[in-house]
Design a protein around this ligand. Structure first.
Ligand SMILES: [Mg+2]
Length: 215
């Protein structure tokens, strides 16, 4: 049997992004509840998350990025979803190879490792020079793992950035329904992930369904 890879997204898959979105609200001087509700409304309308800044008239939002990073201080242990580390251990124990390849600033790589998030392959989009949902991102996943598409399961919380492009790339898509996108987005007819789960604990329990054994 060829090696099977489970490749994971970071934001809202391994990491709860509540703190960084709260830092954005604080930096812009917007009450957190109002800002986060605006984000949800933006996503529900099918908008890009960056559109939330226009909703609040913050056209020059990018100028606040250094302030946001200072408030955020990088990934902290409390940002890890409680099932993240044990799920990686569980998948490894079940014989799967682990990669983490995601849309993130390059500095998150070392921050994840400092939290004990370990993988055979780790790649952040800013370092790779390519980001989801670009098909080239998923080609890089194959380059980095050396795997055939059918031997890769890509796990992410977004239909548009994770599930659809992973399927187009010939991978098994696993949709984890947590975080704003995971709760708000819906599958269009004809988009069939290999698995839909509510948590990484459920993923570990059900990963065997992704590659059913032939009779
Ligand atoms: Mg994500």
């Amino acid at each position: 049997m060829a090696d099977r890879w489970v490749v994971l997204d970071v934001g809202e898959t391994l990491i709860d992004e509540t703190r960084i979105w709260s830092a954005w609200a604080d930096a812009l001087g917007i009450p957190r509840l109002t800002f986060l509700a605006g984000l949800g409304a933006t996503l529900a309308r099918g908008g890009d998350y960056r559109d939330v800044f226009a909703l609040f008239g913050a056209a020059e939002w990018n100028q606040h990025a250094p302030d946001v990073e200072a408030r955020h201080g990088g990934f902290q242990p409390q940002d890890l979803y409680p099932d993240a580390l044990r799920a990686l251990d569980g998948l490894r124990a079940a014989g799967y190879r682990i990669a983490i390849v995601a849309n993130q600033p390059a500095m998150r790589h070392a921050q994840l490792e400092a939290l004990g998030v370990l993988a055979e392959v780790m790649g952040m989009s800013d370092a790779l020079g390519v980001a989801k949902p670009d098909p080239a991102f998923f080609e890089r996943v194959l380059d980095l793992t050396g795997a055939e598409p059918a031997q890769v399961a890509y796990v992410g919380d977004r239909v548009d950035n994770d599930v659809v492009p992973a399927i187009v790339a010939g991978m098994r898509a696993i949709w984890i329904r947590r975080g704003p996108w995971g709760v708000i987005q819906e599958l269009l007819p004809g988009t069939d992930p290999a698995l839909v789960v509510d948590s990484l604990d459920e993923l570990v329990e059900r990963i065997g369904e992704v590659w059913p054994r032939p009779d």
